[in-house]
Design a protein around this ligand. Structure first.
Ligand code: ZN
Length: 265
């Protein structure tokens, strides 16, 4: 759920995420665009056959996500993306403290997934979400994207992956409620590298608002402009210039229009 790359790089924790499984053993499998390292301890939990089946489903889902990312956002990472699948208990103990909210996966130079015995819808969403972070990072390794864009596009993409084209009624109500209480963040507030340091409630709203902003851009200007905006940001590094080119207005104006649109829900 979280892009931890920058956070990890700054805190030196990236070294803490090595290639050693719980017992020092990861099994490697390659597909066209991914390398999966699966903690062999998962075999003990699910039996070897169950684990293989899970791994095959995982690779098929990731390859499908890769194609969807290419067709929706025109982003194709040009190197293989590494995916670590951890034993759930090891994942929880090893990475607790990185998040103030439960995480089923995160991106930190590679995609890290809390292993499971079967591919749940939640995990399918997480795989799509983290792939966006991995793809942005592969395309612009030195760029620190504002979290509203990184998380907003990731949330939008994972929702699309499971068939949701618009925000749900519940999500809209939550936004409206936050607006009425004056609790909405500004885009500037959401421009940190990661929401990982926010409290669970604040993080929930930050993700939702970032998703809603991307959803607003797609609804009002279309997917093609989002493709132009995101590829421009990645290639040239300026959000303001990318916004003016894709949307013919600056980010402040887009933000004002977005907030106004919430009042009209
Ligand atoms: Zn994320």
């Amino acid at each position: 759920m979280v892009a931890l790359l920058v956070f990890l790089a700054f805190s030196g924790l990236s070294q803490a995420i090595g290639n050693d499984g719980a017992d020092g053993k990861f099994e490697r499998r390659d597909s066209f665009h991914f390398v999966i390292f699966q903690d062999v301890d998962l075999d003990e939990a699910s039996g070897l056959r169950g684990s293989r089946h899970f791994e095959q489903q995982l690779l098929a889902t990731l390859e499908g996500a890769f194609d969807l990312l290419d067709s929706l956002l025109r982003i194709r990472p040009d190197r293989k993306i590494e995916v670590f699948v951890w034993d759930p208990e090891i994942f929880d103990t090893r990475f607790e403290g990185l998040f103030r909210f439960p995480a089923a996966g995160f991106y930190g130079g590679a995609i890290h997934i809390r292993g499971d015995v079967k591919l749940t819808e939640r995990l399918v969403r997480v795989l799509h979400h983290e792939l966006v972070h991995a793809a942005f990072d592969a395309a612009a390794p030195r760029m620190i994207l504002p979290a509203w864009m990184n998380e907003g596009v990731a949330e939008w993409f994972e929702a699309r992956a499971v068939g949701h084209r618009r925000l749900s009624a519940g999500q809209r109500e939550a936004l409206l409620r936050a607006m009425k209480h004056g609790a909405l963040f500004s885009l500037a507030d959401l421009s940190m590298a990661s929401f990982g340091g926010l409290s669970p409630d604040a993080a929930g709203l930050a993700y939702l608002q970032s998703h809603a902003f991307i959803d607003y851009l797609v609804e009002t200007h279309g997917e093609r402009d989002l493709v132009q905006f995101s590829s421009d940001v990645i290639r040239k590094g300026s959000l303001e210039r990318a916004a003016r080119r894709a949307y013919r207005m600056d980010l402040d104006a887009l933000e004002v229009n977005f907030i106004r649109s919430l009042g009209l829900l």
